[in-house]
Design a protein around this ligand. Structure first.
Ligand SMILES: [Fe+2]
Ligand SMILES: [Fe+2]
Length: 258
């Protein structure tokens, strides 16, 4: 029997750090040696604070400790996951907050959160361009189907022009919380080696829509945050280079693809 994926995908022994990136927006990040990437969670503080992804279950206890440095856990109101994958909300079962509601896309709700035994059904889902006010902030939900997954969405916090794109604009390595180098080539090579996009077409359509939003700061789930001065390096790279799946998945070649 091969080792279970659960062991491989649950990085428990990582150091988790917190840093304030924008006003009241915190990056809680841990570097996982297995894949050579960071897992970043984002706490957006407000009257009703939101956590954008939980990280995988093995890391979540440490993530929760960092949340408690900023707010009492009972104040956490929303936990958003941007597609159905364990690093997006695998820690949710550990969440010790009576008031936290799961937030997801309508597709995640219809496809993945209903119809399973023992999956928490209590959640709020959003369709394209719908918004959620959490106090002084307003979150806009952007449906991005087939940018990684069928149910994928992204979130744009409008008052600070903060973009949470999940697995778009990710970079490998353990770098500074906000990147000042151009790692767009590493991003493209990472996508080629992991095979998370089936086609460049929906990714490029979404990239153009995100450029029109003119984000001040981009908060990817893996790698460093990207401020507006560097954003065009990453958007250009996605528009000019090919990076879609070509028979390689998580670094392994699928020999049956010709
Ligand atoms: Fe993902
Ligand atoms: Fe991810």
């Amino acid at each position: 029997m091969p080792e279970t994926s659960r062991v491989q995908y649950s990085p428990k022994d990582v150091d988790v750090e917190i840093s304030e990136i924008g006003d009241g927006i915190y990056r809680i990040a841990g570097f996982d040696n297995t894949f050579g990437i960071t897992y970043n969670q984002f706490l957006v503080n407000d009257e009703k604070p939101m956590l954008v992804h939980t990280g995988p279950i093995g890391m979540y206890t440490k993530v929760e400790e960092k949340i408690k440095e900023i707010i009492p856990l009972q104040k956490l109101t929303y936990v958003a996951f941007l597609h159905f994958e364990s690093d997006e909300w695998g820690g949710m079962a550990l969440l010790d907050s009576a008031h936290a509601r799961l937030v997801c896309s309508d597709l995640s709700s219809k496809l993945n959160l209903t119809g399973w035994y023992n999956v928490p059904a209590d959640h709020i889902s959003f369709w394209d361009n719908e918004t959620l006010k959490t106090g002084k902030r307003q979150f806009r939900f952007i449906m991005t189907p087939h940018v990684h997954h069928w149910d994928s969405m992204m979130i744009f916090e409008e008052t600070t022009k903060s973009l949470f794109p999940s697995d778009l604009f990710i970079q490998p390595g353990n770098n500074k919380p906000v990147i000042s180098d151009d790692l767009s080539e590493s991003m493209i090579n990472l996508y080629k080696g992991v095979g998370i996009f089936s086609s460049e077409i929906p990714v490029r359509r979404t990239t153009k829509r995100l450029m029109d939003l003119s984000p001040e700061m981009v908060y990817p789930m893996h790698g460093s945050c990207i401020d507006k001065s560097m954003f065009s390096k990453y958007t250009d790279a996605l528009i000019k280079n090919n990076f879609a799946y070509s028979g390689v998945l998580l670094g392994r070649t699928l020999e049956t693809i010709s």
